[in-house]
Ligand binder design. Structure first.
Ligand SMILES: *Cc1c(COP(=O)(O)O)cnc(C)c1O
Length: 387
C-alpha cells in the first residue's frame, strides 16, 4: 500500500476548523481531588470509557495518572488496550464489559482486569486463570436492582453454593451499580445498598480480601456507607453535576466556541433555515456558525437553545443543520461580530448541564456526542505542565 504523507500546510490548525473545544486538565484534576477528599478511605479511580466521555482518552488519563490516580475503568477491551499504551504498566485497568470468548489471553498479557457479569464469563475466566501460571485478578459484578448487567441474585447464590462456582478466580472486588444515585431520596438507593452489603458479606466468606465497589459520581454524594473500597466516578470528573437537585460542586472542564462564518441583516421578515420553521422579524440580524449536528449539537436543541456572545444571550434561529447553525444576534453590537468572533456554546454562562437540559438530554450525552471536527486545546494541569 502506498504511504500517503500529509500535505505541508501553512495555516494554523485552529484556523482550519469551525469551532474550538478547550479542555481544562487542571480543572479535571481538581475535580478528581475533590472526589478523593469526599471518600478518603476509598481508592479513587476514574472512568475513562468512550474516550474519557469524549474529552480525549490520552490527555485525560495522563493528567489523572500524574495526579496519582491508580485505577482506571473502561468499557471495552479495545479501550483497555489503548489505555495500557498510554499509562504503561503501573495502574490497574478494569474492563467493565469483561472478556468476550477468545480474548482472555489479551487481558492477561496486558494485565487488564475483567469485570465478570454472567455465569459464563465467570466460568470461562476461572478456567483460563486456572490453566495460567500467573495470578489474574477480576471483579465480579452482581446486580442489586438495576437489572442491566451483573449476576442475578439467584445466579450469585448458585455460584456461591457450588464449591466449583468461583473456582480459579482471584477477585479483587465485588461490584454493583446504582440506578438512581443522582436522586438521593429515591428508596432504591437504600435497597441496593442493603443487597450489596449482604452480597459482599457472603462473598467475603469465600474471598476474605475482596473489596467492594458500588459508587459512580453521584453515588459518592450519598454518604460514606456507599463508598466501600473502590470508587468509579466518571461524569463528575468532566464537570457534569453529580447532584442535579443542588448546586454543582464540580469545576467546569469544557469550553466550546463556534466561529461565526457570516452575519446578515434581513430587510423584511423572512424564514431561516431548513423547513423555514423560524421567522426572522423585519430588520433582524443573523449570525451563522460553523457547527451543527455532525459536531454533536442536537437537532432538538434548536427549539429552545441559545449561545452567548460575551454576556449577551443569542437564541438559535431555525433548525440546526449538519454543519451550520444560525443565531439571532439582533441584540449584539456590530463591533462584537467582526472577523474572528465566536459564539460560546459551552462556557462560563452555559454549562454542559444547561446545554443538555435545553436539548432534552443529560450532560453525559452532550459530552460523548462532542464532534471530531473541533480544534482541541488542552490547558495543562500544573503537575503535567510540559514544554
Ligand atoms: C459509566 C459507569 C460509571 C461512571 O458513572 P458516572 O455516572 O459517569 O460517574 C461507573 N460504573 C459503571 C459500571 C459505569 O458503567
Amino acid at each position: 500500500m502506498a504511504e500517503s504523507r500529509p500535505p505541508a500546510l501553512s495555516s494554523r490548525p485552529e484556523d482550519r476548523t469551525g469551532a474550538l473545544l478547550t479542555i481544562d486538565l487542571a480543572a479535571l484534576v481538581e475535580n478528581w481531588r475533590v472526589l478523593k477528599r469526599k471518600a478518603p478511605g476509598a481508592d479513587m479511580g476514574a472512568v475513562v470509557k468512550a474516550g474519557a466521555y469524549g474529552l480525549g482518552l490520552e490527555p485525560v488519563a495522563r493528567a489523572l495518572q500524574a495526579a496519582g490516580c491508580a485505577t482506571f475503568y473502561v468499557a471495552h477491551l479495545d479501550e483497555g488496550v489503548a489505555l495500557r499504551q498510554v499509562t504503561g504498566p503501573a495502574p490497574r485497568i478494569v474492563v467493565m464489559h469483561g472478556p468476550n470468548p477468545g480474548t482472555e489471553r489479551d487481558f492477561a498479557s496486558l494485565r487488564l482486569i475483567p469485570v465478570l457479569s454472567t455465569p459464563a464469563q465467570v466460568k470461562a475466566w476461572g478456567r483460563f486463570a486456572t490453566a495460567s501460571d500467573v495470578l489474574m485478578e477480576s471483579l465480579v459484578q452482581v446486580d442489586t436492582g438495576m437489572n442491566r448487567l451483573g449476576l442475578t441474585a439467584a445466579e450469585f447464590t448458585t455460584l456461591l453454593n457450588d464449591p466449583e462456582g468461583f473456582a480459579g478466580l482471584t477477585p479483587l472486588a465485588l461490584m454493583s451499580h446504582l440506578a438512581v444515585a443522582e436522586t438521593p431520596s429515591h428508596p432504591l438507593n437504600a435497597a441496593q445498598l442493603e443487597r450489596f452489603d449482604g452480597a459482599l458479606a457472603r462473598f467475603r466468606l469465600k474471598f476474605a480480601d475482596a473489596k467492594g465497589s458500588l459508587v459512580n459520581s453521584s453515588g459518592l454524594f450519598l454518604g460514606p456507607a456507599f463508598h466501600f473500597q473502590l470508587a468509579r466516578p466518571g461524569a463528575a470528573l468532566y464537570g457534569v453535576n453529580p447532584t442535579p437537585a443542588t448546586a454543582n460542586p464540580m469545576i467546569p472542564v469544557v469550553r466550546l466556541q463556534a466561529k461565526i462564518l457570516q452575519v446578515r441583516r434581513v430587510d423584511a421578515a423572512a424564514p431561516v433555515g431548513y423547513g423555514a420553521t423560524f421567522q426572522a422579524p423585519d430588520g433582524a440580524k443573523l449570525a451563522t456558525v460553523s457547527m451543527g449536528y455532525a459536531d454533536g449539537l442536537l437537532r432538538s436543541w434548536g427549539v429552545a437553545g441559545h449561545g452567548y456572545i460575551d454576556e449577551l444571550k443569542v437564541p438559535v434561529a431555525g433548525r440546526v443543520s449538519m454543519d451550520l447553525t444560525t443565531f439571532d444576534v439582533s441584540n449584539v453590537p456590530d463591533s462584537a461580530l467582526g472577523p474572528g468572533a465566536m459564539i460560546d456554546i459551552i462556557g462560563a454562562r452555559q454549562s454542559v448541564d444547561d446545554l443538555a437540559r435545553d436539548s432534552g438530554t443529560i450532560g453525559y450525552e452532550i459530552l460523548t456526542a462532542l464532534g471530531r471536527r473541533y480544534h482541541r486545546r488542552y490547558l495543562p494541569a500544573p503537575a503535567t505542565a510540559r514544554k
